[in-house]
Design a protein around this ligand. Structure first.
Ligand code: NAG
Ligand code: NAG
Ligand code: NAG
Ligand code: NAG
Length: 540
């Protein structure tokens, strides 16, 4: 029945489209630059490619017959991507009524994708480069890895645009592209507010459209513990806002990881300790009991670093995390450890005296981190930590990544890189702070290497992580608040250092925001677009 309706609809459209006003809507395409709603030239690319040579050719594409083919190494990721990008490149389900392929335009009939290397898992320094030759009749996309092919497919889908008559077009181009920074992260916070899995998946799609490649999943924190641990089920049973509806069970977590893998996006979970752990209270003796006037108050502080049982628990807990999350890295948090509860506790004071720490609680924090890092290192995982761990003089492995989030990031970056440690920058990119008007240029203008240091220090900047903390964010506004604002950062992290033209960026950002609406992402109007061809909720 459904097919029958579709057929009737399609045939009647063909009929209407065959009506004779063809010549009337025909116009001179000689020097055609199809313009979008805000006067920008359509078919622009975000983030801007490293090398893009534009030709004079203008090609027409038929959504009905266009082919995506693979002639190189195959993988599940690539074949799913070729299917997905067919829809993303030709978003209209039925071509608009007045679709027509101009007789004098050369046809672009296929994209041939060639991946050179056998499928290898995503890793920290995966090769995301690609070469794209947009030509007639066949375009080619060559990449060393599947991950590069994914980025190239995204670029191709942006190059193809639909003009005001509904015709699909692409301009001749030769593109060689690769990211300036390997680490292009996006932090979501699912502890302060729960975010349903389908919204997280849409967010991963949105990340792929902007060439982000790491989902930093700040999955638990003080307010709630939605992650279901198979080893310690009490954590979410008592720590989730609701232990039936507001949890991520093993299937949910696996779904998010797999969805990311299909799009070339690593999922790095953050289990932040020893602070930010109020929701872990179900684990007996894990958190420090706070005292007042020599008696326990019934409240708890950070994890208690002085007990052997703490490390037995952490070993067992992180063994599970290491298995559940395949990425090489785990984010271990380590920020904002408040000393007041530790200070109030007489048993901790006695232990510290014995350990020779005196009253120096930095040493206690250091002791905790040192043990944790040893545990996680022994599980063959690498780690990312917030800057305080380094600020507090903890000795870390050389491949540790330091996530800088506080003010004064230039001085901190200089300090951390002087210790020969890798940096991921977040300080200037807290998108949970909002204001009136478009704020994306502020994020765009940040140059991560603009600190005082040698060129080898600057090479230690691996990239950055955009943060969308969840105090005021849940499933209703995660997508709209993140997009298109965070695209400013994805271009900063992908494109060349000389990509700084705000007005050129604005034009491309406007078109890309309209693409997000078309693709089902409710990207807010943060770039002063007058209108999009399809306003939310996109094509009906
Ligand atoms: C592929 O790898 C080679 C050798 O490392 C490199 O020169 C090239 O730029 C890479 N990318 C593409 C798209 O060929
Ligand atoms: C690009 O593709 C066209 C048509 O397939 C071909 O003639 C041309 O040689 C290609 N250019 C490069 C640089 O591969
Ligand atoms: C789930 O939460 C409810 C309500 O807080 C609680 O009564 C129940 O004990 C929890 N389930 C488990 C298995 O802990
Ligand atoms: C505490 O220990 C740290 C790390 O060794 C040291 O840098 C700091 O000066 C000490 N603080 C005090 C008050 O002694």
């Amino acid at each position: 029945m459904k097919n029958f309706v579709a057929l009737v609809l399609f045939v009647s459209l063909l009929y209407v489209c065959d009506s004779s006003n063809y010549e009337q809507v025909e116009h001179n395409y000689e020097h055609d630059l199809d313009l979008g709603p805000d006067g920008y030239v359509m078919g622009s690319i975000w983030p801007k490619p490293q090398q893009h040579t534009k030709g004079n050719g203008l090609f027409s594409l038929s959504p009905l017959t266009f082919q995506f083919q693979s002639t190189g190494e195959e993988s599940d990721v690539l074949s799913a991507a070729l299917k997905r990008y067919k829809t993303l490149t030709f978003p209209d389900k039925i071509p608009p009524c007045n679709v027509r392929y101009r007789r004098d335009l050369l046809a672009l009939t296929s994209l041939v994708v060639n991946v050179k290397e056998k499928y290898a898992p995503m890793s920290f320094k995966m090769d995301e480069s690609y070469t794209l030759n947009v030509s007639s009749p066949t375009s080619s996309l060559i990449a060393n890895t599947t991950w590069g092919a994914l980025r190239g497919l995204e670029t191709f889908s942006q190059l193809v645009y639909q003009n005001e008559f509904g015709d699909f077009r692409a301009r001749e181009a030769k593109i060689f592209d690769y990211p300036r920074f390997h680490f292009r992260g996006f932090l979501i916070d699912t502890s302060r507010h729960y975010v349903a899995v389908p919204v997280i998946l849409s967010h991963i799609d949105a990340m792929a459209y902007g060439k982000y490649n790491v989902l930093h999943w700040h999955i638990v924190d003080d307010p709630s513990f939605p992650f279901v641990s198979e080893t310690f089920p009490s954590l979410s049973d008592t720590g989730a806002y609701n232990n039936v509806t507001h949890i991520y069970d093993p299937d949910d977590v696996a779904t998010v990881i797999e969805y990311g893998r299909m799009r070339g996006i690593r999922v790095v979970p953050e289990f932040d300790t020893p602070g930010h752990t109020q929701s872990w209270v179900s684990i007996k003796n894990l958190l420090t009991p706070c005292y007042s006037g020599g008696v326990p108050t019934g409240t708890y502080g950070p994890i208690n670093p002085t007990l052997k049982s703490t490390y037995t628990f952490l070993k067992s807990f992180f063994s599970e995390i290491a298995k559940r999350f395949p990425d090489d890295y785990i984010h271990l948090g380590g920020d904002e450890v408040s000393f007041s509860c530790w200070q109030s506790n007489p048993e901790i004071a006695a232990w510290m005296e014995k350990a020779g720490f005196g009253k120096n609680f930095s040493l206690l924090e250091q002791y905790y981190e040192q043990n944790l890092i040893k545990i996680v290192g022994d599980l063959n995982k690498k780690y990312i930590i917030w800057q305080e761990v380094i600020d507090n003089q903890v000795t870390v492995n050389p491949d540790t990544v330091v996530n800088i989030w506080k003010g004064g990031w230039q001085a901190e970056t200089a300090k951390v890189t002087a210790k020969n440690l890798n940096v991921v920058l977040s300080s200037p990119w807290y998108l949970n702070y909002i204001s009136y008007g478009d704020d994306w240029p502020n994020y765009y203008k940040v140059e991560p290497t603009a600190f005082t240091g040698s060129s080898s220090q600057k090479e230690l900047i691996l990239g950055g992580t955009t943060c969308m903390w969840g105090e005021w964010v849940d499933g209703t506004n995660l997508l709209s608040r993140s997009w298109p604002r965070s695209l400013a950062i994805s271009e900063r992290l992908w494109s060349s250092i000389s990509t700084t033209d705000i007005s050129d960026a604005q034009d491309r950002l406007r078109e890309h925001r309209c693409r997000y609406l078309m693709r089902g992402i409710p990207a807010q109007n943060g770039v002063q677009t007058k209108y999009c061809r399809y306003e939310w909720p996109g094509p009906v």
